[in-house]
Design a protein around this ligand. Structure first.
Ligand code: NSS
Length: 430
């Protein structure tokens, strides 16, 4: 029976005959011996082939092929402290299934080369570890929402109105008319709470981001939720519970991968709820006190976020932003309508914003006033306005950038490493 390499790396199999299948990760000839390191989706293992212990033809072929050839292999397991994972298979039979010659990715390739060859680079141990962490993050997010009574639903990707402002809209020709790629499923989720009360979705969002930063993609995965009867604080509570839940899952299920990526696990372990909360006003003061040049009324750019969040020891919610720098749908604070009842969640360690959310305007006249303030054409939002006409309720929601979240949890240097096929201002292939 073919076993996963991860299973075989175990004293239980010592001296026993084992079969594996996978790809040649490293290959080295030393006289009459060929040393292989074989990888499968689970791990790597060293294998040794002795010239006169396997059929001559097989040895010859193996000698010729390169790394990334796919193989099946059978042999006896033994311990070997020099082997990369502590065990070695003394092979008796090997079959090359798909040979590979001159695999283009060798050591010290440039970042651009690796991105152009992402279809091959996804095989690397780094990407394998990151993709597994990503898998766990997405899975745990679904678990959290479903457990918490949120219904999963879906919104369209072709839309006609902006959610987050016109500057980052992608326009697409649509049968002689114009349409846009969605920036956020929020407004559609808002319609659905009148049926399901608590809803969420995980879907792509598109932003024509002209900035080149470590945290912007043009197409990213967006987890969004919306809940009827929720105020800003209620939403923040679910969010911190969700973040802590997902981090716990990753710590439990992805220990090996975090270790491989040299992620500081202790730091992740230290993250607990409730998260700290700071008003925008306090954040500006905090930033100034730490030498960041920023003034009341400024939006936080990527550089400021990095500089500020380096001083955080956990995620921090920033609330009560000035209404001028936030989209029209945020509910102005009845106690001080110059600010809105919103929140951003900033991840520590220099990562910055991973969540944007808040309480929505639920009164029609307030919405109309804010739309006018923002120069928006009510015609494009007739259905959004209808929600305020027929049984409106207070409600709140948020959007979590999944790639940013993975970027932070895995401790990566750039968001492009957090997603299998990044789309940025300069890249649409492979
Ligand atoms: O623009 S957001 O801050 N907010 C919204 O889109 C709301 N309509 C969400 C909601 O309340 N339903 O984006 C939310 C998050 C933000 O915090 C980032 O983590 C992520 O989406 N985001 C991005 N990730 C990667 N690349 C880009 N360009 C990007 N823009 C936002």
């Amino acid at each position: 029976m073919v076993l996963a390499i991860e299973k075989i790396l175990n004293d239980e199999y010592l001296g026993r005959r084992v079969s594996i299948r996978g790809w040649i990760y490293r290959k080295r000839r030393v006289g009459k011996l060929i040393f292989l390191v074989v990888r499968d989706s689970t791990d790597i293992i060293q294998c040794v082939m002795e010239k006169n212990k396997i059929p001559a033809e097989d040895f010859k072929l193996l000698d010729k092929v390169g790394v990334e050839s796919s193989v099946t292999l059978e042999g006896t397991l033994r311990k070997d402290d020099r082997a990369p994972t502590g065990y070695e298979i003394e092979a008796e039979r090997i079959k090359i299934i798909g040979p590979s010659y001159n695999f283009p990715i060798t050591r010290d390739k440039s970042d651009d080369f690796l991105l152009d060859n992402r279809h091959l680079w996804v095989r690397s141990r780094e990407m394998n570890a990151i993709l597994k962490i990503r898998h766990t993050v997405f899975g745990a997010l679904h678990e959290y929402f479903r457990e918490k009574g949120y219904y999963e639903s879906q919104a369209p990707m072709f839309v006609t109105g902006a959610v987050e402002g016109g500057a980052t809209l992608f326009e697409v020709p649509y049968f002689g008319k114009k349409a846009y790629l969605t920036q956020s499923s929020q407004f559609y989720l808002e319609t659905l709470i009148f049926s399901l009360e608590k809803v969420y979705t995980v879907a792509p969002s598109f932003r024509a981001e002209k900035s080149r930063t470590r945290r912007h993609l043009t197409e990213y995965w967006h987890a969004e939720a919306e809940a009827a009867w929720y105020h800003n604080e209620d939403m923040m509570q679910d969010e911190e519970e969700m973040i802590v839940y997902i981090i716990q899952r990753v710590l439990e299920d992805r220990k090996k991968e975090l270790e491989f990526l040299k992620r500081d696990r202790e730091f992740l372990e230290s993250i607990e709820k409730p998260f700290k909360k700071m008003r925008y006003e306090e954040l500006i003061k905090f930033a100034q006190d730490h030498g960041v040049e920023i003034h009341y009324g400024d939006d936080l750019g990527a550089d400021e976020e990095t500089a500020i969040t380096k001083h955080f020891d956990g995620p921090v919610f920033i609330t009560h932003y000035p209404r001028k720098i936030k989209p029209f749908y945020h509910r102005p604070d009845p106690e001080n309508p110059k600010v809105v009842l919103c929140h951003d969640l900033l991840a520590p360690e220099g990562y910055g914003e991973i969540i944007g959310g808040g309480e929505r305007i639920y009164k029609l006249e307030v919405l109309l006033e804010r739309m006018e303030e923002n120069g928006l054409n009510p015609e494009n939002y007739y259905w959004y306005m209808d929600l305020r006409k027929y049984g409106s309720v207070p409600h709140s929601g948020f959007g979590l950038g999944m790639d940013r979240f993975v970027w932070w949890i895995a401790g990566l240097t750039h968001i492009k490493y957090a997603i299998p096929y990044p789309r940025t201002i300069r890249r649409t292939r492979p």
